[in-house]
Structure formats: C-alpha cells, structure tokens
Design a protein around this ligand. Structure first.
Ligand SMILES: [Zn+2]
Length: 312
C-alpha cells in the first residue's frame, strides 16, 4: 500500500447507504480489502473481503428481498457527478448472465462531497436511479433501489469511499492502524458492529433445494401436503469459518423429524446445508419447526427458525 495522507476523523461523517437494519434486515458481506498482497483481509483481519475489494457491500439476505424496493441513500450531502442506469438485474455466474466488463459497478452513481471526498454506489436496480448529474443532494437523499446489476452474485449496494481518488475504508480510515485495535475512529455517524458470520435464511421444503433457489429466497415452502415424500430443513449463512458447526433440526407434532451437525471445513463467504427424512407413509398434519444454529468454539453465535403447516 502506498503511503497515504492521514485521514482525519471529522473530515467527513457518513450515514448508512441503505435503508435497512444491519444484523436484521441486511448485513455486511464484504469490507475493503486491507491486505495489499494477493491475499485478503478485512479491517479486523477477518475474512469478510476478497482480494482487491474496494468498498463495503451492504447486502440483503436473499433475492426475494429485492421486491421490497430497498432504498439506497446518500451517505453524505454533495453533488452527483455521474450516473448509469439501464443495465439488467441478473446474478453473475448464472445462466444468461450479461457481459459486464468495464461496467462492473452496474447501475450506480458518484457523489462529490467536496474536500476531495467522493462516494460511489453500485449494483442498483435497473430503472431505479432517482438522481441525475449535477443534482445537489442532502444526506440521506433517495438515490434508487438495491438491485443485481453489474458484477454481483448477491443483492447488495457496494459503497466505495474515496479521498483524492484513493480508496478509504470507512471502518479503518487510517491505513497505518493495525487490526485488532478496538478504539479506532471510523467515518460512520454511529458505530456499526462487526458481525463475522450469521444466518441469512432458514426454510422447510420437500426436497434438498437447489442452491440457486436458496439464494433467490424461493426455496421455502409455505405449506406441504401430508403425503410429501420427504421433509427437509435448510440453512443459508455467510462468513463460515473452519470448524464452525451448522446445527439443523426439524421437529413436528411427533417430535424430531431430522437433525444433523455439519462442520465447515474451509472459509465460506456464503454456504448452505440441509437435512431431512423420507417417508413412504406420509406425515401427521400440523406445524413443523425448522431451527438452525451456527456454533463456533462451542458457543452459539446465531440462530434462526422458520415453520410450515403440513396439511391433511
Ligand atoms: Zn463490493
């Protein structure tokens, strides 16, 4: 990393670029890559990044959440200097994905905040950009909606913060600061907790779901008939680390249907697991509960439940 001029806390103060509750309706999938080599590390020396990542990815749990039109917001007041719209919302690495070479940001825009500071917002929904070049915006102004345009495999807004054209990590604006310090100044208006891992969705269905359906948020059944050939619980999570355990449990009117512990054996940006049981005689009608936990070093660090009704 080249020596950068020190960034002084108070130079700029940023609000969230997205209207959601972090740790609840959204989460942070990737931070700025703080490792100058071809390895990667986020500002905590954790693995929520990838090599060369130049922003922070504020993500929605599944594709279904895009239907809520989640607002992307100006993190600070300023003037719009560039916009792009009109690119398709299409998850990369899936069938029919468009070539996004040189337009990796997808639908997005740049805001100039003065004093050398800019913010850039990427991967927004086609047709959603609410602002144009030259517009003067207040902090928190609506810019458009979260989408799936450009080089993205999951619904999120990528926020890139720059000072004099150089990327700044809003969580660790002073690049000489080593990771592990807890009292470092950030550029955020209010502190944002670091969550290294968590569950994105839990569902119950009648077969091991396709991963694409899990990511899209369409794998979960609402009800299932009692003659279903199988009942399956699945869990979808981010930030898997070596030796994490995903504990899956499915219970019904007669008690446990299936349970399984799956150990993560390599770091996973996102991953899913499932377990279930077949039946040739059918299932008693009633409520079935799926519960999934993430266990790290013997401690439960996240849990989520979901339920369905099995109809007679
Ligand atoms: Zn990103």
């Amino acid at each position: 990393m080249s020596p950068a001029s020190p960034v002084l806390a108070g130079d700029i103060s940023l609000g969230l670029p997205i209207d959601c509750v972090i740790g609840d309706s959204c989460y942070i999938q990737n931070y700025v890559d703080a490792d100058p080599s071809d390895a990667m590390a986020d500002f905590t020396c954790g693995n929520l990044s990838y090599d060369g990542h130049k922003g922070t990815d504020f993500a929605l749990p599944t594709g279904l959440d895009l239907e809520d039109n989640v607002p992307v917001l100006a993190s600070a007041a300023g003037t719009v200097t560039a916009t792009r719209d009109g690119m398709k919302d299409h998850r990369q690495r899936t069938a029919g994905a468009p070539d996004v070479t040189d337009v990796e940001c997808g639908n997005g825009l740049v805001i100039d905040h003065g004093a050398g500071w800019t913010t850039q917002y990427c991967h927004m929904m086609q047709g959603s950009i609410h602002v144009k070049k030259g517009d003067r915006l207040d902090k928190g102004a609506l810019l458009g909606y979260v989408g799936l345009s450009g080089m993205t495999e999951f619904p999120h807004v990528h926020l890139a913060v720059r000072k004099d054209g150089k990327v700044v990590d809003p969580f660790r604006p002073e690049p000489t600061t080593t990771c592990g310090e807890t009292d470092a100044q950030t550029l955020w208006d209010s502190p944002l907790a670091y969550q290294s891992s968590g569950l994105l969705s839990v569902g119950i269905t009648s077969k091991i779901p396709d991963y694409d359906d899990v990511k899209a948020g369409t794998a979960q059944a609402e009800t299932l008939p009692s003659d279903s050939s199988a009942l399956v619980v699945f869990g979808f999570a981010f930030g898997g680390q070596d030796n994490d355990i995903m504990r899956l449990e499915l219970t019904g009117p007669n008690g446990t249907v299936a349970s399984r512990d799956v150990t993560v054996n390599k770091p996973q940006a996102q991953y899913f697991n499932a377990t279930g049981r077949k039946s040739s005689t059918g299932w008693p009608a009633g409520t079935y509960m799926g519960k999934v936990q993430i266990i790290r070093d013997g401690k439960m660090i996240d849990a989520q439940t979901n339920q369905i009704t099995v109809t007679p």
